[in-house]
Design a protein around this ligand. Structure first.
Ligand SMILES: [Zn+2]
Length: 384
C-alpha cells in the first residue's frame, strides 16, 4: 500500500544535495548533526465506513491486502471505497443474510473483483440473496464458510480469526452472524455482525480466548440492546467501542440501554451517525483513531490515540485526544459531550446539571469523575 522507503533516483539526487547542504550548515553552526526521521512503520487500517443504517468495514493490511466485511445497505459503498483509494479487494465477508449488510455487495464484486467470498450457509434466504450467490458463482469466486473451529485467514501480516460458527438458528438470522477477531501485534478488533445473546454465549463458552480483551469492539446489531450486554463487555473489555448506524434510523439504534451500559463500564463510543467514517490505524503496539466528520460544537475531527496495553497492566493504557477537538462543557449538548472519549449519557447528564464551571478542575465536583478522568478530559474540553 505505502512504501515510504522507496525513493526514486531523482529524489535520491535531491536528497543527497539536501544532506550535503544540511551537513555544511551543521558544521558552520557547530549544531548537532541532523537525525534522520525514523521510517514510517507499517500499519493496519480498520475503517468503519459511514454507509448509513448498515455495516461495512474496510480492513487493509500493511502489505496492501484488502478485506471488506459487509457492504452496507446500498451500492453507495462503492464510491466510498473508491474515495479511499481501493482498487482491488482480496476477500469479502458477508456476516449474515440481511440486506443492510449485503445491499452493496453485488456492485462491490463487479467493481473490485474480490477473489474470495466468505459467508454462512444459513437457511435464511431471499431472492436478492440468491441473485448475489449466482453472481459469486458467475465471477468464479472462491466461496468459503466459517467452520466449527477457528478459521485463520492471513491478510498479509494481519490475521482474521473467523470465530467457530454457532449452530444454525432457523428463527433468528442475526444469530447466524459470522464473528471475526482481527489481530495485528497487540492490537485487535472484534466484529460480530448483528449477533445476539445466543451467539455471544456460544463464543464465550467455546472460544473465550478469541473474544477476550479486544482493543476495539464493533457493537453488534447497530447498538441495539440485544447486541451487547454486561457479560459480553466484561469478557471483551474493549478500550474503544464503535458502532455503525444511520442518522434518525427507524429502529431506535443505538438503544439507550446500550449507551448507559457503555457509560457504566467507562467504554468510550464513537457512532458513524454522529462522526461519519471511523478510521483506526495500528502498528501493532499503538493505535490512532480519526473520524471523517466534525461533530457539532467541535472544531476538528476527533482523534484519539492510545497504546495497546494488553501486554502490560491495563491501567497503563493511555488515551489522549489531539489538539483542536475541544468541547465547551458550559454550552455543549449531551450528544456533543458524548463525543468525548469516556463520557457517556449519564456523565453527560451530570455535567449539564452541574453547570456553570469556571475551570476544567471544577468538573471534579461531579460524582464519578475522579481526578484521573478529569486529567484525561483536559485535552478535550474547554470552559467558556
Ligand atoms: Zn444489520
Amino acid at each position: 500500500m505505502r512504501n515510504p522507503l522507496r525513493i526514486s533516483s531523482e529524489s535520491r539526487r535531491g536528497l543527497v544535495k539536501t544532506l550535503i547542504l544540511g551537513l555544511c550548515a551543521a558544521i558552520a553552526t557547530f549544531a548537532a548533526p541532523a537525525v534522520a526521521a525514523p521510517p514510517r512503520v507499517a500499519e493496519l487500517s480498520v475503517e468503519v465506513l459511514d454507509v448509513g443504517q448498515g455495516d461495512s468495514i474496510l480492513i487493509r493490511s500493511p502489505e496492501g491486502k484488502v478485506a471488506l466485511v459487509d457492504a452496507g445497505p446500498s451500492k453507495a459503498v462503492v464510491n466510498l471505497l473508491k474515495q479511499k483509494g481501493v482498487k482491488a479487494i482480496d476477500l469479502v465477508v458477508l456476516t449474515h443474510h440481511h440486506s443492510d449488510h449485503y445491499g452493496g455487495m453485488s456492485e462491490v464484486i463487479r467493481e473490485f473483483k474480490p477473489r474470495v467470498f466468505l459467508a454462512t450457509n444459513s437457511s435464511h434466504t431471499t431472492s436478492s440473496y440468491l441473485k448475489l450467490l449466482q453472481l459469486v458463482r458467475d465471477e468464479g469466486m472462491r466461496s468459503i464458510t466459517p467452520t466449527t473451529t477457528v478459521r485463520k485467514i492471513g491478510l498479509g501480516s494481519v490475521v482474521l480469526n473467523v470465530l467457530p460458527q454457532p449452530p444454525d438458528n432457523t428463527q433468528e438470522e442475526n444469530d447466524n452472524s459470522i464473528g471475526i477477531r482481527v489481530e495485528y501485534g497487540n492490537f485487535s478488533a472484534l466484529m460480530t455482525g448483528d449477533s445476539e445473546e445466543r451467539s455471544r454465549a456460544y463464543w464465550e463458552r467455546n472460544c473465550p480466548s478469541l473474544v477476550r480483551d479486544c482493543t476495539i469492539l464493533k457493537l453488534a446489531h447497530h447498538g441495539s440492546r440485544n447486541g451487547t450486554d454486561t457479560k459480553w463487555l466484561d469478557v471483551v473489555r474493549p478500550e474503544q467501542a464503535v458502532v455503525s448506524l444511520g442518522t434518525g434510523n427507524d429502529y431506535g439504534h443505538p438503544h439507550p440501554e446500550t449507551l448507559s451500559l457503555l457509560d457504566r463500564k467507562h467504554v468510550p463510543l464513537l457512532r458513524t451517525d454522529l462522526v461519519g467514517t471511523i478510521s483506526i490505524v495500528s502498528d501493532g503496539k499503538t493505535w490512532d483513531l480519526t473520524t471523517s466528520k466534525r461533530s457539532r460544537g467541535t472544531t476538528d475531527v476527533a482523534v484519539r490515540s492510545a497504546s495497546t496495553g494488553r501486554s502490560n497492566a491495563r491501567e497503563t493504557t493511555s488515551a489522549r485526544s489531539s489538539s483542536g477537538r475541544k468541547v465547551d462543557v458550559n454550552n455543549a449538548s449531551a450528544q456533543e459531550l458524548m463525543t468525548i472519549p469516556s463520557i457517556g449519557p449519564s456523565s453527560a447528564k451530570k455535567i449539564i446539571a452541574g453547570r456553570p464551571y469556571d475551570s476544567v478542575d471544577d468538573l471534579q465536583r461531579i460524582k464519578g469523575l475522579g481526578a484521573a478522568r478529569i486529567a484525561e478530559l483536559e485535552s478535550n474540553v474547554i470552559v467558556r
